[in-house]
Design a protein around this ligand. Structure first.
Ligand code: ADP
Ligand code: ZN
Ligand code: ZN
Length: 745
């Protein structure tokens, strides 16, 4: 056993470090193990990677020893270490930090780590013996007991702690006095289970072919990437379920990645009722729940994991199949720290594990579509809905002709709901069926402008317009979250304000006005402020306790509501003009997905799309349900401009308080890039530096520098040089490297 070890340190520092292995630890180190190491002036969490060769004598003199091994069994299985290593390299992020970020909470500090036990919640209950008057000399305990009595005598300890800092200690003291009992209670873990669905006996002919093709690859073993292109309602989930069944039969593990919003009780229920044990990973889970689920996988007690993008790091044992559902969804890209794309890593992970990977969508990303076209991925297609239910009919409502022009009152726009929309909604309600109204903007009005001087009301810290939220009686900035009261008149000239740009709140108000007897709810980030509320609203809609749901893209994702027969896109154009080369693709995806919510039950569906730009390709192709033609044209356009997937991109995001300094750093980095370009034949191009489309957020000036090349490898040298240059950038400016960036704003 080598007395030297390669170690990754769980700090934002680049590179691997060599440490000395003390006699007592030799032969005990395993790759992926968490260790304690001295680093700088403190102690840090580290990860043992591999034995290191003997360094030079001068280096040996300065080597520091590993202090201690933190877990007897490595926290990471070898395959996850390999995956994180790939991600750290590809996304240019320090390996130790990346490893730390891949661990569940509870294992991320330089200690032995928590052992998550059965999932219990502690309640505090006031006992009959409790007497407030005996606590006059203990004001803190008095306050705690008063709170407890005020909320009914029994409540979760966590809630008391939230209300009264330091309540935990007080409760212990109160318990010692015999005033309070602390009671442990088992709680249901994770997302609440949805309706139990039975396993259909017969697959549709297309499902049967899909399952057959994919199962053959699974049985054969080895890396096999597939794109499953199945129209909305074609029964993709059942295909995934069958693959998981087969993998488990073979003694293999399965990993299912879904977008955050799709991880509803409905989907979880389908997996749980079929397989019993499922490890779940999503953002609404408590830390110890996540740790518990992670440990169950690690111990091999559970072999199936279902989760959002971070589940890509789940230690599924003996991986047989990876599924990425709704693979086009932007939520698979992490937009902070290690900026990974979980869909891409799913393919890498499957390749490393020799597993089947299935990317499923009704509207595949152009990246995956191109891979399938070029034969790099197998393609399985499902063109029909389950039970041969018809696809919904798609109809255009041309707002240029159909939007009423008479303003009902001064200071507002004419209504957004055209007569055709109103008629369709009324007919649907009459038939006791459900309606979804989709608009991708929150708030009441998204653009407030003075009728006299023309000034728009903007955020002082961000380069964006403020949104009026009527229910909260505020104007809010959607970038920094700052809120202020809605002014009665123009702050500049006291002129009257005009509210333009429609948001979901205003649509809700219009619908309530037009259909006073309908049961209506709004589903957006304001109304569904927590995971519980979101779950409850979706469940209420599924139980048909609501007639109309007005919402943002939250209503567009994978939901299966058989009662919905009418979907209205209130304004298809809202995302079309964003200064991002993917704006068209996003619009097409979103519209197709939301249209796909209609007619999933026994009654046929109808989709009305209101637009000012019906000739724009994403809207025109969506209206003819022509994914193939849209992708064909969009790929051609991207090729002409050499945008991804016809090129690879790396974006540098440069931001800081001082506009001058940010500008200077951006220009300096651009010079560095220019000096370190490979020969022109490699095709690396520099775009910018230029102010970002949103040039200021939270008071910080933002610039971008973008590299574009036919391959990642062509850019390596340039990025290496940029990385070195970034280390010299003053602390007042932050520079982030975003490899394969998703959003260009
Ligand atoms: P997709 O994800 O492709 O939009 P889903 O997987 O949600 O579609 O399936 C749509 C509906 O069809 C669901 O209610 C599902 O339970 C049902 N379903 C799927 N496969 C079958 C089948 N073979 N027989 C009957 N019903 C099915
Ligand atoms: Zn004004
Ligand atoms: Zn702001």
């Amino acid at each position: 056993m080598s007395p030297f070890a390669y170690v990754a340190v769980g700090r934002p520092v680049r590179g691997e470090f060599t440490y000395a292995v003390p006699e007592a630890l030799r032969g005990k180190l395993q790759p992926g193990q968490r260790i304690r190491v001295p680093f700088g002036r403190s102690i840090s969490l580290g990860f043992y990677l591999a034995p290191a060769p003997e360094p030079s004598p001068e280096v040996i003199k300065k080597l520091r020893p590993i202090e201690r091994i933190l877990d007897p069994e490595p926290a990471f299985p070898a395959d996850i270490v390999e995956l994180v290593r790939f991600a750290a390299q590809h996304y240019r992020y320090p390996l130790g930090e990346a490893l730390r970020a891949a661990l569940p909470p509870g294992l991320t500090k330089a200690d032995d780590g928590k052992q998550a036990k059965a999932d219990v919640t502690v309640f505090a209950r006031a006992l009959p013996a409790a007497k407030l008057e005996e606590l006059t000399r203990a004001p803190a305990q008095h306050a705690t007991l008063s709170y407890l009595l005020a909320v009914g005598g029994r409540v979760q300890v966590e809630e008391v702690v939230h209300a009264i800092p330091g309540a935990k200690e007080n409760l212990k003291k109160l318990a010692a006095r015999g005033f309070v009992a602390l009671e442990e209670e088992q709680v249901v873990k994770g997302v609440r289970e949805g309706l139990q669905q039975s396993r259909p006996d017969a697959l549709t002919p297309e499902q049967a072919i899909a399952v057959d093709t994919l199962t053959k690859s699974l049985d054969a073993g080895g890396f096999a990437p597939f794109l499953l292109h199945g129209v909305t309602g074609s029964g993709k989930t059942e295909v995934y379920l069958r693959l998981v069944e087969r993998a488990l039969e073979l003694g293999k593990g399965a990993l299912i990645l879904v977008p955050e919003i799709a991880l509803t009780p409905q989907l979880v229920g389908r997996f749980k009722s079929r397989f019993g044990q499922v490890a779940l990973f999503h953002s609404a889970m408590k830390d110890r729940e996540r740790l518990l689920h992670w440990q169950r996988l690690r111990k091999g007690e559970v072999k199936l994991a279902v989760g959002v993008r971070s589940a890509i790091w789940a230690p599924v044992p003996n991986l047989g199949v990876v599924v990425v559902d709704e693979e086009h969804d932007p939520s698979f890209k992490q937009e902070e720290k290690l900026r990974y794309q979980a869909r891409d890593l799913a393919v890498v992970r499957a390749k490393q594990a020799g597993a089947l990977v299935v990317l499923g969508s009704a509207t595949p990303s152009l990246e995956s579509w191109e891979n399938a076209r070029k034969g790099r991925y197998g393609l399985v297609t499902m063109t029909r809905r389950v039970d041969d239910r018809p696809m919904p009919t798609l109809e255009l409502v041309d707002l240029r002709l159909e939007r009423p022009r008479t303003a009902e009152s001064r200071g507002t726009e004419p209504p957004m709901l055209s007569p055709s929309l109103r008629t369709a909604i009324a007919q649907t309600l009459e038939r006791k069926q459900q309606v979804i109204l989709f608009l991708n903007r929150r708030g009441h009005s998204t653009f407030i402008v003075c009728e006299v001087c023309g000034q728009s009301v903007r955020c002082q810290d961000c380069d964006v317009c403020l949104t009026h939220h009527a229910s909260a009686r505020q104007m809010q900035c959607h970038y920094c979250g700052k809120a202020s009261p809605m002014p009665r008149a123009c702050p500049e000239c006291s002129g009257p304000l005009l509210e333009l740009g429609v948001g979901t709140e205003r649509i809700e108000a219009e619908v309530v006005d037009a259909f006073p007897h309908a049961r209506i709810a709004r589903l957006d980030r304001d109304a569904a402020s927590s995971a519980e509320k979101l779950t409850e609203m979706l469940a209420a809609f599924a139980r048909r306790e609501l007639d109309i749901l007005v919402g943002t893209q939250m209503v567009a994702k994978g939901h299966d509501f058989p009662g919905v027969t009418l979907v209205c896109v209130v304004m298809a154009d809202s995302a079309l003009t964003l200064p991002d080369f993917r704006a068209g693709e996003r619009t097409f995806h979103l519209l197709t997905q939301v249209a796909g919510r209609a007619g999933r039950g026994k009654d046929p569906g109808r989709v009305l799309v209101q637009s000012y730009n019906p000739e724009a390709a994403p809207i025109a192709r969506m209206l003819t349900n022509d994914y193939a033609r849209f992708s064909e044209e969009e790929l051609k356009r991207r090729q002409q401009l050499s945008w991804p997937p016809h090129s690879r991109m790396v974006a540098l995001r440069i931001e800081g308080e001082s506009a001058d300094l940010v500008t200077r750093v951006a220009r300096q980095l651009a010079r560095v890039a220019a000096q370190h370009l490979p020969p022109a034949s490699q095709g690396v191009r520099i775009l910018g530096p230029a102010p970002a489309p949103i040039a200021r957020i939270k008071g910080k000036t933002r610039w971008q520098l973008v590299l574009k090349a036919p391959t990642h490898a062509a850019m390596f040298r340039t990025i290496d040089a940029l990385e070195r240059a970034i280390e010299e950038v003053p602390n007042a400016v932050r520079v982030i490297i975003d490899v394969d960036p998703a959003a260009m704003l």
